[in-house]
Design a protein. Structure first.
Length: 296
């Protein structure tokens, strides 16, 4: 029987080593991402035959990641299939990438069906593009940043754990500004922002803060995802301050992502405004994600 347990900060090192063995580019494959969303999606983890398996809730049932790491992946997945057969449940694997489908077809031919959802695709950009914002299509971004810099009264600095309170106050301002549009997704976003700020050091996250006229107007939080990609988990700015969003985007990349070829800015969750904003930065690629079902 596979034993799933809640994520603890003490699990970070072991989980991160398994994730690095697979070198995955999807944003879900970081310890911090799963820890931050664990309350909302009921994320748990198991160690099985040298592999890591995440369990999470999708509506009214459990889903799982494919076994992760350099252990006995097929043995671990066979064990997971056996558990679901005992429970009289079809096995559902989520957040799969294209290479996972190839592996599944090689090891379990014609035993599963595949679904995908465009809302879940990650946006991945070249670090150079986000750093320079070069090209005609990004002219508007450069203009907004120029307006932000006009009077030369801005400052960017790295976030420290003791800055949590100041960033939380910006979150309060953001919530008040969005009060008429407030919904469950925004409440969930606020929740994971607060957890990240409280656990910045323990999760080994990078943070950056942007000031205008001595006032905090934006912050961002991220971490290395794999050998060539950095992931930005959180970006929050005051929309009322012209250029705050493109400025924090660029400054965070300039200060934290230069050792990586790519920057993953996560999915748009189907939000039309967010999709338009992410597409406007001209992504290099979209990381497709899939769900595989193993019928009884």
């Amino acid at each position: 029987m596979i034993e799933f347990k809640s994520l603890s900060l003490s699990d970070r090192e072991w989980v991160t080593l398994r994730l690095l063995e697979d070198d995955r580019q999807a944003c879900e494959y970081s310890f911090a991402n799963n820890f931050l969303w664990s309350d909302i999606y009921g994320v748990k983890m198991a160690k099985e035959q040298g592999c890591l398996i995440f369990q999470f809730q999708d509506e009214d049932r459990y889903c799982y990641t494919i076994p992760i790491g350099a252990g006995n992946r097929k043995g671990a997945l066979d064990a997971l299939l056996a558990v679901e057969q005992v429970n009289h449940q079809e096995l559902v694997l989520g957040t799969l990438v294209q290479s996972d489908l190839v592996w599944l077809e090689q090891n379990y031919p014609n035993r599963f069906t595949v679904e995908t959802n465009r809302d879940d695709y990650d946006y991945v950009y070249t670090t150079e593009k986000l750093s320079t914002l070069s090209g005609r299509k990004l002219h508007g971004k450069r203009n907004h940043i120029a307006r932000f810099k006009d009077d030369n009264n801005w400052m960017y600095r790295d976030m420290m754990p003791e800055d949590a309170g100041e960033c939380m106050r910006l979150l309060d301002i953001w919530k008040e500004a969005e009060s008429e549009n407030w919904n469950e997704e925004m409440e969930n976003e606020l929740h994971i922002n607060r957890i990240a700020l409280r656990n910045l050091a323990d999760l080994v996250l990078d943070g950056g803060m942007l000031y205008k006229g001595g006032r905090l107007v934006a912050f961002s939080i991220g971490e290395p995802l794999n050998s060539d990609t950095y992931v930005v988990h959180i970006e929050k700015a005051l929309a009322s301050v012209q250029g705050a969003y493109p400025m924090i985007n660029q400054q965070f990349v300039l200060h934290h992502c230069q050792d990586y070829a790519y920057v993953n800015r996560e999915e748009d969750t189907g939000d039309e405004g967010l999709r338009k904003a992410k597409l406007s930065y001209q992504p290099q690629l979209l990381v497709e994600k899939f769900q595989a079902r193993f019928p009884l």
